[in-house]
Design a protein around this ligand. Structure first.
Ligand SMILES: C[S@@+](CC[C@H](N)C(=O)[O-])C[C@H]1O[C@@H](n2cnc3c(N)ncnc32)[C@H](O)[C@@H]1O
Length: 311
């Protein structure tokens, strides 16, 4: 991990504009901070998806309509607190399935496994500590029906429409009739969206700065954390919420043998969280080889879990 961590951090800081890969947010502290973010009053995403899965998991089970044995594979499962609702409902109907949560964060995966073993003793669980892209490859040879889950708006974190390539690759590794359940954050009042990434208590700021701390502690860098400020934005036309860290002074940072110059006010692109309309979701499904079975919404229509079938 340290090797690819180092390589990708250096690669990102060499780009113009500078960028850092958001998948590295989730060390132990990062995963803890994300759990706190999920509970913030401004972070409506978790509450909305919780409501959907709490009320509609039975309907999702019926619409997925698996007849025999099947596999549930979840990409970027995190702490699984919402998925637990769906699995509980599925287990009322059958335990003829294996649940494989995939996550790059060892600590998140360990926490999820512990909770699920305690709270869902009937569940067959097979945790996989891996990156999305290598995990996609290992799905290919299984011959059981699959339900792939990609929840919590993880789909919105791909840059430059890479979600299209990711979903096409996923389709290639699935068989006709397999299903995917994807959580989409919907376009809405821009102020509600911006507040979700700009919480009053400053946890999202700390979450972003934690990646700089991680670079310091794991790569022996000398970044002055206090010289960077969190700057979240939202563009209601493109639906892109983007978080930056801004250097508050001219400075140089050192990571092992590499040095990087920052000008005062220079941004680092940290994370994109894209928002979708229902038309965007339809277009994405069609262009990647899927058909929509159903969209499940929360009562405010802030969020949609969309169930697709591979064509
Ligand atoms: C925003 S959290 C959402 C977690 C969960 N899906 C939810 O809805 O609560 C994203 C999760 O995806 C994981 N993740 C991010 N990028 C990843 C990647 N490239 N490969 C595997 N896991 C990744 C992170 O470690 C984190 O646990």
């Amino acid at each position: 991990m340290t090797d690819s961590f180092y390589t990708e951090i250096i690669e990102g800081l060499t780009k113009s504009p500078k960028t850092l890969p958001s998948k590295y947010f989730y060390d132990k502290r990062g995963s803890e901070l994300f759990q706190t973010i999920m509970k913030l009053p401004e972070y409506y995403l978790t509450k909305s998806e919780y409501e959907i899965l709490n009320n509609q998991s039975g309907e999702i089970f019926n619409d997925f309509s698996a007849k025999q044995k099947f596999d549930i594979i979840e990409f970027g499962a995190g702490d699984g607190s919402k998925t637990k609702l769906l699995l509980k409902e599925f287990l009322k109907q059958t335990n003829n399935f294996v649940y494989s949560p995939i996550d790059i964060s060892k600590s998140a995966l360990k926490g999820l496994e512990q909770t699920f073993r305690e709270e869902l003793p009937l569940l067959k669980i097979n945790p996989i500590n891996d990156d999305y892209f290598s995990a996609l490859e290992s799905m290919k040879n299984k011959d059981t029906t699959k339900l792939v889950m990609f929840m919590g708006s993880n789909i919105g974190n791909f840059k430059y429409n890479e979600e299209v390539d990711f979903l096409k690759l996923m389709r290639k590794n699935l068989s006709q009739g397999d299903c995917v359940l994807i959580g989409f954050d919907l376009k809405k009042d821009p102020r509600i969206i911006l507040d979700a990434y700009n919480d009053k208590s400053g946890v999202t700021k700390e979450f972003n700065l934690n990646l700089l701390k991680r670079i310091n502690s794991e790569l022996g860098a000398d970044i002055d954390i206090s010289s960077f400020e969190h700057y979240p934005t939202y563009n209601p036309i493109t639906g892109e919420a983007i978080s930056y860290l801004i250097s508050m002074k001219n400075q140089q940072i050192r990571i092992k043998d590499k040095r990087f110059e920052f000008k005062q006010s220079e941004p680092i692109f940290m994370e994109i969280s894209k928002k979708y309309s229902t038309e965007d979701i339809e277009e994405l499904a069609l262009s990647t080889g899927f058909e929509i079975i159903k969209n499940y919404y929360d009562c405010k229509h802030y969020f949609a879990d969309s169930l697709w079938r591979a064509k």
